[in-house]
Design a protein around this ligand. Structure first.
Ligand code: ATP
Ligand code: MG
Length: 284
């Protein structure tokens, strides 16, 4: 099993190496990087490229590790116990009817090897990763209610993404292979744009990329625009048929780009950018 990138996703050499290293080590691949740099999409693309179904677990601030294993649905059982019919009373007697399998259980018991995405692990509280150590290591867990051990038939290929909102515990990190998706350089970015907008005119692309990197490299920005923002912005430029001249400046000076709301996401950043443009104009 080797990942070589895909038609929809531009993977740099070091990203491919990281994916393959995680496969070889049979350890989860922990992917970090700025928002919008393709962390979630990586799991989707690798699983498609390797022909594995993808099970996704999107973590929220309230998510508990146990929910990924199984949950006991006591409410349904109580409700069934109040119904008088034959079917319900036989169902109620067996607790297994009320054990709801979580994503990890499904991944462990799938008939073929699957990929498992644990997305945005840093959203949950600090106990969350700690509570999954054994499951990730041994690929098994115990169901106390039914006294059964669920063990992985095939080791799933695990992707874990984080936006760095919280530090992950060392014991958890030890079990992962780590990769940081660096912000794409101009060449890689061109390839990414090409995947989404094949046949885009080179002049337009060049001018848009220049503006994009000018905005991005502005010191002091609160939120730098990333890949997905550039793609949104290009989509708008094409939809609105913005002429090339609006983006190109003969005097090489920066100007506020059209539809800047696709790139800058708060008023401080827009003000900062406008100030820069204003200062440049007056320094001529
Ligand atoms: N390497 C890439 N190749 C092709 N498209 C990409 C690439 N990186 C990012 N994109 C585009 O950017 C979008 C955002 O990617 P994705 O949702 O995977 O980002 P993310 O890193 O998970 O962001 P977040 O941290 O906000 O969840 C994708 O839908 C895709 O269109
Ligand atoms: Mg994501």
């Amino acid at each position: 099993m080797k990942f070589q990138g895909s038609d929809n996703y531009v993977a740099t050499q070091d990203l491919m190496l990281a994916v393959n290293a995680a496969i070889t080590l049979q350890r989860p691949l922990l992917v970090k990087g700025e928002p919008g740099t393709g962390k979630t999409m990586l799991a989707e693309e690798v699983s498609t490229a390797l022909g594995m179904p993808l099970l996704q677990w999107h973590v929220k601030s309230t998510t508990k590790a146990q929910q990924g294993l199984y949950e006991y649905d006591a409410v349904s059982r109580l409700r069934d116990s109040q119904l008088a019919d034959e079917e319900s009373s036989t169902k109620v007697r067996d607790i297994r009817n009320y054990i709801v399998q979580g994503v990890l259980w499904q991944a462990f018991t799938a008939d073929q090897p699957v990929a498992l995405l644990i997305d945005e692990i840093d959203k949950a509280d600090i106990e969350f990763p700690n509570d999954l150590l054994r499951e990730i290591d041994r690929m098994e867990f115990y169901v106390y209610e039914t006294r059964e051990l669920v063990r992985a038939k095939h080791r799933p290929l695990v992707f874990i993404t984080s936006n760095n909102e919280k530090e992950l515990p060392d014991a958890f990190l030890r079990r992962c292979f780590f990769h940081y998706i660096k912000f794409p350089d101009a060449d890689t970015m061109k390839q990414i744009v090409d995947v989404h907008f094949p046949g885009l005119k080179q002049e337009l692309l060049g001018a848009a990329m220049k503006t994009f990197y000018d905005v991005r490299n502005l010191p002091g920005l609160k939120k730098k625009p990333s890949t997905s923002e550039l793609l949104d912005w290009l989509k708008l430029l094409l939809a609105e048929d913005i002429p090339l001249e609006v983006l190109q400046n003969k005097d090489e000076k920066v100007s506020v780009p059209p539809l800047v709301g696709a790139l800058l996401k708060n008023e401080q950043d827009v003000t900062l950018f406008e100030k820069l443009v204003f200062m440049q104009r007056h320094n001529r």
